[in-house]
Design a protein around this ligand. Structure first.
Ligand SMILES: Cc1cc2nc3c(=O)[nH]c(=O)nc-3n(C[C@H](O)[C@H](O)[C@H](O)COP(=O)(O)O)c2cc1C
Length: 340
């Protein structure tokens, strides 16, 4: 059970915010497979406030009243305040502030992980956002281990944020300078868990791609929940496996081809229903790459999807790919008939 302010989540797995990935279709597929909580990709507070339509379109509530978080980034109080209010106005259960993004354009604006070099300002930001939202909407922060190897200040940083009003801390155990290289450091996540007050959940993040790594993250760091990003691409089954494990049961971590195809088809259906038409081709291409990965012919499907010019063409390539696995071949059907 994950407790964040007034909320209780049964499954202690959270879908990581990922730009150009965790849109509403992706989040929905993960929710339907049992993830505890999903969070939108990071949204620029400044762009939201200015009314940038592209950014506003990404501010989406989960379907069927399911709870969700909105992640915002920025450093100026007014836009952050306004962006948080916008998140609450669409029903966000929590507002997460990004203090971990390593991207050059974000760091150049002294946002994202750059805020780890300014703990006082970071704490002010939490206070500002805290004041902007109702008391029952938790304000949470996701940050990294630190700026670089010599400045792994995550434990002190987290404490300052909690003192300022943060109700949950997520730590990606890499430094900003590491980007996505090396490994997520479980030791620093453990240190954060050790120093942050018990009633504030600490979420461990980085490199979890299966149930074993989920258990290791929980066991070695003592964290209250695990955030999963890249490991969920084309693999919502991981959330079902974690949910089943927590209930004391088991779920197959390696789904059958038919299950994969079904999840892919559900994802496609949601893309076609929920995404703007001009985005269909791009989003369908990504789905082909994610669900085909690791399967025989997956690379070829990816290439065909990327070469395709229309949604219909991408879908035709996908249909052919799955039917190759799922239509009984001539030899199999002969054997079936022989044994009947
Ligand atoms: C494509 C991509 C986009 C990302 N976008 C965001 C984002 O918008 N906000 C954020 O806090 N982290 C973002 N991240 C970082 C992830 O949330 C996560 O911290 C990181 O991928 C490590 O977790 P993982 O090993 O489970 O993927 C992104 C990561 C990827 C791969």
């Amino acid at each position: 059970m994950l407790r964040i302010g007034p909320h209780r989540f049964e499954t202690t797995a959270v879908l990581a915010p990922m730009a150009a990935v965790t849109d509403l279709p992706f989040r929905t597929v993960c929710e339907e497979h049992g993830v505890g909580l999903t969070i939108t990709e990071f949204l620029s507070a400044e762009a939201l406030t200015r009314g940038a339509q592209k950014t506003i379109d990404k501010l989406t509530a989960s379907l069927d009243g399911r709870r969700f978080g909105v992640q915002i980034f920025g450093r100026e109080p007014e836009p952050l305040q306004r962006a948080a209010e916008m998140a609450v106005s669409i029903g966000a259960s929590l507002v997460d502030i990004n203090m971990g993004c390593p991207a050059k354009r974000v760091v150049a604006g002294e946002c994202g992980s750059a805020l780890m070099k300014e703990p006082e300002l970071a704490a002010e930001i939490v206070k500002t956002v805290r004041r902007a939202v109702p008391a029952d909407v938790p304000v949470t922060v996701k940050h990294r281990a630190g700026w670089d190897d010599r400045n792994k200040n995550a434990p002190e940083f987290a404490c300052a944020l909690v003192e300022a009003g943060a109700a949950m801390i997520t730590v990606h155990g890499r430094t900003r300078t590491q980007g996505f290289s090396g490994k997520s450091d479980l030791e620093i996540i453990r240190k954060v868990r050790d120093v942050v007050p018990d009633h504030i959940p600490v979420v461990g993040n980085g490199d979890v791609v299966n149930l074993e790594m989920y258990r290791r993250m929980r066991g070695e760091t003592g964290c209250d929940a695990v955030m999963i990003g890249r490991g969920a691409l084309g693999n919502p089954f991981l959330f079902a496996a974690i949910a089943a494990f927590e209930r004391g049961g088991t779920a197959e971590e390696n789904p059958s081809i038919a299950e994969r195809r079904d999840a892919f088809e559900r994802h496609v259906e949601l893309i076609l229903r929920l995404s703007a038409e001009k985005k269909h081709v791009t989003e369908l291409r990504k789905a082909c790459a994610w669900y085909g990965k690791g399967l025989h012919g997956g690379g070829q499907l990816r290439q065909r999807a990327w070469a395709a010019r229309s949604a219909d063409e991408v879908l035709a390539a996908a249909r052919e790919f799955w039917s190759h696995f799922l239509t009984p071949t001539w030899r199999e059907s002969l054997m079936e008939r022989a044994s009947a």
